[in-house]
Design a protein around this ligand. Structure first.
Ligand code: SAM
Length: 221
């Protein structure tokens, strides 16, 4: 296929993905637009690019995954972003979720524990010209306190409980979305900080890789 034909095929798949997300109940047009225009194929390994616009999680190497577009859409929509916010993402991974957030809020702070993934994500976001994302390396279960407080926090790895440092770093009225549960199955949970207290809402069952850190699952090597 020549370049024009490839781009036309990508556009067709992006449109189909948007439709699937709408059919599953995603309503925020800003979120749908950001997902439709973002080249997810650039965030996955070359041999999996033909599956980049399927609504599924895919391996990105080093035992990690890029999240399923529906889950990315649901988590992002749950933050109810207007464009003014500072958002913390825990688990940079491929950088795809950070790229979506970057188009919907003022500033994204994203933290990853695996350096090679963070570096690759930085390259892709630079290629896409997304300059409002700050990359950190370290244990995101402890948050990034020097940049707190946050209007929203997305945790894109599964924790046994809500890490206390993350709730502390959330602004009053802020929203935190996190998969909470055991290693095999979790509940995607939206937590709103209301008068300093967490008010929780269950979003859906989900399955993420583990959040490994001092305020999450132990690092077993
Ligand atoms: N948001 C990513 C994306 O858009 O591709 C998907 C993230 S992947 C499901 C989970 C990521 O969390 C992995 O890259 C993993 O290395 C990272 N992770 C696990 N524990 C972490 C921790 N304590 N701090 C930061 N990153 C962590």
């Amino acid at each position: 296929m020549n370049d024009d034909a490839t781009l036309a095929e990508i556009a067709r798949r992006q449109q189909r993905l948007r439709q699937q997300l709408e059919d599953r109940g995603i309503r925020d047009a800003r979120v749908l637009d950001a997902i439709q225009r973002t080249r997810r194929d650039l965030f996955v390994p070359e041999e999996l690019r033909y599956r980049a616009y399927d609504d599924e999680a895919l391996p990105i190497g080093l035992g990690q995954t890029i999240s399923q577009p529906y889950i990315v859409a649901l988590m992002t929509e749950s933050l109810e972003l207007t464009g003014e916010e500072t958002v913390l993402e825990v688990g940079t991974g491929s950088g795809y979720q950070a790229a979506i957030l970057a188009q919907l809020c003022r500033r994204v702070v994203t933290v990853e524990r695996i350096e090679a993934l963070s570096q690759r994500a930085q390259q892709v976001l630079a290629e896409l010209g997304l300059t409002n994302v700050e990359f950190h390396l370290g244990d995101g279960s402890l948050g990034v306190p020097e940049k707190a407080p946050y209007d929203g926090i997305l945790v894109t790895a599964a924790a046994p409980d809500v890490p206390a440092p993350l709730f502390r770093q959330l602004k009053e009225g802020g929203r935190l979305v996190i998969p909470v549960g055991d290693e095999d199955l979790q509940t995607l949970t939206l937590i709103r900080k209301t008068d300093g207290i967490p008010v929780s809402k269950v979003l859906c069952p989900c399955r993420f890789v583990k959040l490994i850190g001092d305020a999450a699952w132990p690092d077993l090597g």
